[in-house]
Design a protein. Structure first.
Length: 303
RNA sequence: GCGUCGGUCGGAUAGCGGCUAUUCCAGGAGACUGUAAAUCUCCCGCCCAAUGGGCAUCGGUGGUUCGAGUCCACCCCGGCGCA
């Protein structure tokens, strides 16, 4: 059976979360018509899955949820891993559950790669192999690339020879399957693999407006104790993992280690979040190209 | 005032007489098939009849030299030390 889902995507600070709640409550008036919707929200966010990362990830508060169930938030400890594969599995299950209850699954978030993975599928289906990954940390990047070329020339041609992470992942798949499966096999056109009927809402505010929203949100986050939150997370997971969590966690972590001044915090965070937003916009373009979804330039008053 | 260290492309930084002035950050354009807020690539003085070529450029002015960001002199500016 073809499940219907609503996907809300957009860059950071674009106001996705509150829009999702409105959609779930059926109060969206963007088209002028009152849509009687009763939905549950599935977060599509690679960082909000972690407990304790609240301020830095701009996690929605209980009040802001307004009684709408939210899924895939606070489901892991920060030191645990969570992958696109985990997400696809969890989201697939949740979509079934929510649909079975007669409700509309609403997927909202800024991890656009996860949307892509859910809708277009992840052909490999090979779990991470920590032991193998550790072993593959040893060889030089050149060597890793040579191995991929030797064992799967087709995939090698697609990969960046200098991107170790991707090379290691490719070798992980090759070790398990012999070769990396093709992205879009002839018998599985784009959009067919997921079997969902997708309605898109893409919120993509103009540059200047988004930058203002990012800065406003950052000042708010600092006022709400961002630095203390990062300090707690750092104590729990250590510096390496902290940096991996990215953005606020990485930058504030540098400050906590006295590698940067307090004055440089806000400007640097602002710059990094804008860089992030740009990467997200690149994904939106890709999603648009693949799904003919249209962007909505308007946005709700707050997020 | 004397001494001293320094003034390099938005910021920081390398450069110790020779051919394309280094690296990091910021900025811009992208990639992305299981770490994705991660990871990675390219561009980033000016101009052009541009898969190549031309002209600039290292605080200023002069000088030494076949050749100067690099050496010398003087000047301007900043830090430190001594007065």
């Amino acid at each position: 059976m073809v499940r219907q889902i609503l996907c809300i995507a957009g860059p950071t600070a674009s106001g996705k979360s509150s829009r999702a709640v409105e959609e779930a409550l059926g109060r969206s008036t963007s088209t002028g018509e009152a849509l009687a919707r009763d939905g549950e929200i599935i977060s599509v966010d690679s960082r909000q899955v972690y407990r304790g990362l609240d301020i830095g990830t701009e996690k929605i508060s209980a009040e802001e949820m307004r009684g709408v169930p939210h899924h895939l938030i606070d489901i892991r400890e920060p030191e645990e891993s969570y992958s696109a594969g985990d997400f696809v599995q969890d989201a697939t299950r949740l979509i079934e559950d929510i649909s079975a209850r007669g409700k509309l699954p609403i997927l909202v978030g800024g991890t656009h790669f996860y949307f892509n993975a859910l809708i277009n599928g992840l052909p490999a289906r090979v779990d991470a192999d920590p032991a193998l990954r550790k072993e593959l940390e040893q060889p030089s990047t050149e060597e890793l690339y040579a191995r991929v070329v030797e064992r799967d020339a087709r995939r090698a041609a697609e990969l960046d020879p200098l991107n170790r992470r991707r090379l290691i992942r490719a070798l992980e798949i090759i070790t398990s399957l012999g070769a990396v499966p093709q992205r879009y096999p002839k018998d599985c056109p784009i959009g067919q693999s997921c079997g969902y009927q997708v309605e898109w809402i893409v919120i993509d505010p103009p540059r200047e407006e988004l930058q203002e929203r990012i800065d406003a949100r950052l000042e708010q986050a600092l006022g709400r104790g961002l630095v203390d939150e990062v300090r707690r997370v750092r104590e729990a997971v250590g510096d390496t993992r902290l940096s991996e969590l990215g953005l606020e966690y990485k930058i504030v972590g540098e400050f906590l280690r006295n590698e940067r001044t307090e004055d440089s915090l806000l400007p640097m965070l602002s710059a990094k979040l804008w860089q992030y937003a740009r990467r997200q916009k690149a994904w939106l373009r890709k999603l648009r190209d693949e799904h003919t979804i249209s962007a909505e330039l308007s946005h709700p008053d707050r997020s």
